[in-house]
Write a protein that binds this ligand. Structure first.
Ligand code: GDP
Length: 460
């Protein structure tokens, strides 16, 4: 049997108990296998059913009735995989669904591998590789924005964008080829200036798309966030309140939060990967020194910094040092302990116009309620957002392919500017075109395809 054309089956719903479960069968033998194990009560038997219709009846194993179910038939090529597909909606519950699945499996129907249904959809031309990847993202998406984005990409936004780039490259490549191949014909010479402008414009748009990777990563992983501040500012109290558990040690003794602890939390519709770090301050304690170094490194790597200051005590030189070290464009300044009378305000200590007032908030970490923080985080996250309709680079594989294409167009431009022959330009543009075809999956190795689909769950 050919692995690629075997009929496959799997439980498409999560394992465990549920109202209903769906068993999916795909391939040339899907309908005949369904005919052998299903007796309709109302409606037609699978062999006589049209695509997109369903029938109510019993699943049988020999003479034993296993369950009553609704069976839906999709006929090739109008199905998710592009093959004949049967979906059995039966009663949920691990034991029953496993038993029905075992009944479906036989000499000509084998268990599907992880992502094999979607892989078939890709191999049968129903989806581009970027769309298939978006299906995986859709399954794992948490939050409204992540779902919206994955759905737009599933509908082909990235594929369309990359296809525009490919079409432009092809247009340039063919004008170069025609001119090189038929020198005797009366074909106008390719104008180097126009060519340079075209390539620069293409590169501008490709680099713009490349930048969307950052937002994709934030949607997938959350904003890498660190809480910093001098000892006793209330960092651990804030961390614990946000994380909803007593993970950090809260104490009156300065410098007790020694290492970096990480927690994934949601605030409004934004996911934060929250690190609680040792306070940024000079210390002679060796163990604590390690924590301080880690926290300085995490400031550099963070997407967002929550800088906590104790506003119930006077603004100190130490507060000033911390304030000066902060990359203000990615910082939310938090004045803590506002249940006590404030000794100072951010407006008094910041240079004029240096920070967005919306990013300076006042809270009581002890109270556990921070609507101002939620608003400030939402505003910060929305500044990072890119419209998914323009396409988005959703993972490292896509980013590496697009980066290769950008580098190749760069090389072509260099060759052009150095006055090299158009042959050299063509070689680089061919490489760019190839990288884009790899990105969409139009020219891709089996190994890459296998790696992409290995991320999926069985049944999808
Ligand atoms: P860290 O060293 O920055 O992690 O500070 P902690 O979270 O350990 O807090 C230091 C002290 O400040 C503790 O006694 C906390 O209970 C107290 N604290 C934290 N937040 C507040 C607050 O909003 N109001 C008041 N009054 N005390 C707070």
């Amino acid at each position: 049997m050919n692995h690629q054309t075997d009929t496959i089956a799997a439980i498409a719903t999560p394992s465990g108990t549920g109202g209903i479960a769906v068993i999916r069968i795909s391939g040339a033998d899907a309908i005949i296998r369904a005919e052998q194990i299903f007796s309709p009560v109302r409606g037609k038997s699978p062999l006589h059913m049209d695509g997109y219709t369903c029938s109510y009846g019993y699943i049988r194993q020999d003479e034993e009735i296993l369950d009553d179910c609704v069976l839906t038939v999709f006929r090739a090529p109008y199905s998710y995989t592009g093959e004949d597909v049967v979906e059995i909606s039966c009663h949920g519950g691990r034991y029953l669904t496993q038993k029905i699945l075992r009944t479906v499996l036989c000499r000509t129907v084998r268990l599907a591998e992880a992502g094999e249904f979607t892989k078939r959809a890709f191999l049968n031309g129903k989806l581009s590789l970027t769309q298939a990847e978006a299906v995986a993202d859709l399954i794992s998406a948490s939050g409204e924005n992540a779902v919206k984005c994955a759905r737009t990409l599933r509908d082909g936004a990235t594929f369309r964008k990359i296809s525009e780039f490919s079409a432009k490259l092809l247009e340039i490549l063919s004008s170069l080829a025609v001119w090189a191949d038929y020198p005797d014909e009366d074909i106008p010479e390719v104008n180097a200036e126009t060519l340079e402008q075209d390539l620069e414009s293409l590169m501008f748009h490709m680099e713009h798309l490349l930048k969307s990777y950052d937002y994709g990563r934030i949607l997938r992983e959350g904003l890498h966030t660190v809480i910093i501040g001098k000892p006793n500012a209330g960092k651990s109290t804030l961390f614990n309140a946000l994380a909803g558990c007593e993970r950090s040690i809260v104490t009156e003794i300065a410098g007790t939060t020694r290492d970096v602890i990480e927690e994934q939390i949601r605030i409004g519709d934004v996911t934060l990967r929250l690190s609680d770090t040792a306070g940024v301050h000079k210390t002679s304690d060796r163990i604590e020194q390690i924590g301080v170094e880690k926290s300085l490194a995490s400031i550099r790597q963070a997407d967002l910094i929550l800088a906590v200051f104790d506003q119930s005590t006077p603004f100190s030189p130490e507060d000033q040092t911390i304030l000066e070290q902060l990359p203000i464009e990615k910082t939310i300044l938090i004045g803590n302990k506002n249940d006590k009378a404030p000794c100072w305000k951010f407006l008094q200590v910041l240079p004029p116009n240096s920070a967005d007032p919306a990013a300076c908030i006042s809270i009581s970490a002890r109270s556990g309620q921070f609507p101002e923080l939620e608003q400030a985080v939402a505003a910060f996250a929305s500044r990072k957002a890119v419209p998914a309709e323009d396409g988005m680079i959703a993972n490292e594989r896509q980013r590496d392919c697009l980066q290769l294409a950008v580098d190749a167009v760069h090389e072509a431009l260099d060759a052009l500017q150095m006055g090299m022959a158009y042959d050299a330009v063509t070689v680089s543009l061919d490489a760019a075109s190839d990288a884009l075809l790899q990105l969409t999956g139009e020219r891709v190795t089996d190994k890459v395809v296998d790696t992409v689909f290995a991320r999926f769950c069985v049944g999808k």
